[in-house]
Write a protein that binds this ligand. Sequence first.
Ligand code: GDP
Ligand code: IMO
Ligand code: MG
Length: 427
Amino acid sequence: MAVDLLLGLQWGDEGKGKIVDVLTSNYNIIARFQGGPNAGHTLVFNGKKHVLHTIPSGIFHDDATNLVGNGVVIDPVIFKGELDKLEEQNIDYRKSLLISRKAHIILPTHRLLDAASEASKGKAKIGSTLKGIGPTYMDKTGRNGIRVGDLELSDWKERYRNLADKHESMIAYYNVDIEYNLKELEEEFFKAIDVLKSLTFIDSEEYIYQAQKAEKSILAEGAQGSLLDIDFGTYPFVTSSNTTAAGACTGLGVAPNQIGDVFGIFKAYTTRVGSGPFPTELFDEDGKTMGRVGNEFGATTGRPRRCGWLDLVALKYACRVNGVTQLMMMKGDVLSGFKTLKVCTQYKYKGKTISHLPYNIEPENVEPIYTEFSGWNEDLTEMSDASELPKALNEYIDFLEKELEIPITIVSVGPDRKQTIFRQQLV
Ligand code: GDP
Ligand code: IMO
Ligand code: MG
């Protein structure tokens, strides 16, 4: 059976966690394919909010198996924190959580290197989540990393020491003011490693191959968003993994011809957290309203998210790079009450009007060109059927579908699992 993908089309935080949770009842296996604890995926059900960082968003469903794929980077300390929270809620994760032996491990010194690198950049900093993501992927591609499977080898602690010592000399090289007590960090780290080792490690590509053969349904869960992709995002203000569809192939070992549906998630407006260009960013009351009503604060760092209008130029680009087959529009409810809505349909780029995402979208090169829409005042949060959606919202949706040439199958009208409107049967 083909593997379906679910991924974010903007700068992350589109609502991936919520939709994975909603869709899990249709799948046997939920598999995270990249990123790590830089992600914060929020799920809300039965009046309770849950935030997951590394653990796939299917974990609250008894029948689903949750796989942390080879493309993911794991911080054992954060991972243990997530497990502790699951335990508090009596979630029996031991049976249902599997970890790829090929996933890489974030060491305490990776986190310190992230902080040192950011401090050395000054104003040009990426705005990283400081979880050690960049340095860990650098060690992966530099062929120095430590993988989950290494924890089963007798010499892994020696390899750890060598790598951590090297990191310490690199931290000193940055020559920035970073205080740390590595002994304390290591104590916490090794305790967490023991917990990690009590879980089930697998050769995940083989597991997925056999699962497909046995007709199991698999949903691959992405982290971050397409505009944070290391190749296709707004480089260098990106994360260090491939967040796009191709990342699911390398991050799970699934061949391109085994990919089925690609679910692309986007907010009805746009947000970004961290540094980097954002052509439709708003600095006025409208932007503040989006932030306030949408409660736009990072699920991992608590930082306020920058807000702006929907950028269709960027969204089209993301749909193409990913081969999106179905769209899901999130947070439509946040736009209720705006008299006029704007959608960026083209850019003025170096004096010319263009319709594609160019190499360079810094504010000095790009000015958004907007199409305006009438807003709606109805509160969407209690609606449960597509027939209830206001006319002006339907016009907004119709316009986007026509421009993107992809159906919008889900409209999300609130954070809760139940606040999900299916416009079409999904499969
Ligand atoms: P993810 O990283 O893509 O999983 O998204 P986050 O969890 O970081 O951010 C999405 C935020 O929006 C979370 O606080 C969700 O609870 C919330 N959310 C998701 N869908 C909706 C929606 O349709 N309406 C509103 N108001 N909030 C939503
Ligand atoms: P989810 O999965 C939003 C951003 C950071 C920073 C840049 C690089 O919840 O959508 P990193 O720590 O990866 O080196 O940071 O990427 N970023 C995210 N923004 N949602 C995320 O994940 C993000 N993960 C990283 O803010 O700008
Ligand atoms: Mg998030």
